[in-house]
Design a protein around this ligand. Structure first.
Ligand SMILES: Cc1cc2nc3c(=O)[nH]c(=O)nc-3n(C[C@H](O)[C@H](O)[C@H](O)COP(=O)(O)O)c2cc1C
Length: 303
């Protein structure tokens, strides 16, 4: 398949509990070429979960990916053929999540256990989705490294691009990624390959590009730090850090009905946003105690 991208893509990686619609919009404002949502359960969407349906909200100016997880063919058929994903450019499918409660259900990285069992799942996603499907996976599971075979199966089933997080399920997020795996993957398939894992500097991006990757996804280094996209792209940031934090909070005010829920959720982001400030430790201790929006806003005013 031809590379559908007209440039090298610097994307925001999917992160559950982090890449909410507001954060995705801000990262796109700061220059991310593509943003990926938190993972959403296909089964929960099928069951009409209000929370999951609400999380489909998408307003960013970048290429938009909605990440889904699941494995039941009937649910995939029903959910993917709906018009719920009209706001998105891609459906990204999660085959990498290491969390026990996900793996126990046969979802996330569990799909790497048996490639021939995963094949009809991927085929059904591609067949039923109105949008091109991408797949994100790891090196393997149960210390069985089979990412090359898994990738070839994805290519055979018509997947538009693949993203590798080059650690096994057992490695979680520890140590560093196996850098040699990305080059092997680029050589093994004819669909675009994205690098996910430990990308931080312009040199990291240049290296991924030099070995033939179509893009990189930035995860942990973007948390509390949407400016990373402007830095990596060498562009002037559209607004200040304080502007980013304010925008994030204002957008979330239109999402959460109760102040208590919003404060509880946003405290986490605020602690990430202040982590690079001089008095971060003291500030974080203060933020932990906050119960009102007024307290949150007073910290933003001082940033
Ligand atoms: C808090 C957190 C949540 C994550 N949630 C998801 C997820 O929902 N779906 C997914 O495919 N990967 C998820 N990941 C993995 C990241 O997308 C990424 O592959 C991994 O963190 C390695 O990239 P990094 O070094 O740039 O963070 C998550 C990672 C973190 C740290």
């Amino acid at each position: 398949m031809k590379n559908p991208f007209d440039k090298f893509i610097i994307a925001l990686a999917p992160m559950a509990g982090v890449t909410d619609f507001a954060f995705r919009k801000i990262c796109a404002d700061f220059g991310a070429d593509m943003v990926v949502s938190e993972m959403l359960s296909i089964k929960a969407i099928e069951n009409g979960s209000k929370q999951s349906l609400k999380m489909l909200r998408e307003e960013s100016s970048a290429l938009r990916c909605c990440q889904l997880f699941g494995h039941e063919l009937k649910s995939i058929e029903r959910v993917l053929s709906s018009d719920l994903f009209d706001a998105y450019d891609y459906i990204d499918f999660n085959c990498g999540c290491p969390a026990p409660k996900i793996v126990k259900n046969g979802d996330g990285s569990a799909l790497m256990r048996d490639i021939e069992k995963a094949r009809p799942v991927i085929a059904s996603l591609v067949k039923n989705s109105k949008k091109p499907v991408s797949v994100k996976f790891r090196l393997g599971i149960d210390d069985n490294i089979n990412y090359l075979e898994f990738a070839k199966m994805c290519e055979e089933e018509g997947v538009a691009f693949i993203t590798l997080h080059a650690r096994t399920r057992e490695q979680g997020y520890a140590g560093s990624v196996d850098k040699s795996a990305y080059e092997k993957l680029v050589r093994a398939v004819n669909i675009p390959v994205f690098w996910s894992g430990d990308i931080k500097t312009k040199e990291d991006v240049a290296y991924a590009q030099s070995i033939g990757c179509a893009g990189v996804m930035i995860g942990r280094n973007a948390i509390g730090n949407p400016e990373i996209f402007s830095v990596l792209k060498g562009i002037t940031p559209p607004y200040s850090k304080r502007g980013a934090v304010r925008t994030h909070l204002e957008l979330l005010k239109t999402y959460y009905k109760s102040e208590r829920t919003l404060v509880a959720y946003f405290k986490k982001h605020l602690m990430w946003y202040v982590k690079s400030t001089d008095n971060a430790t003291l500030l974080k201790q203060k933020i932990l105690q906050f119960t009102t929006l007024t307290e949150i806003e007073s910290v933003i005013d001082q940033m």
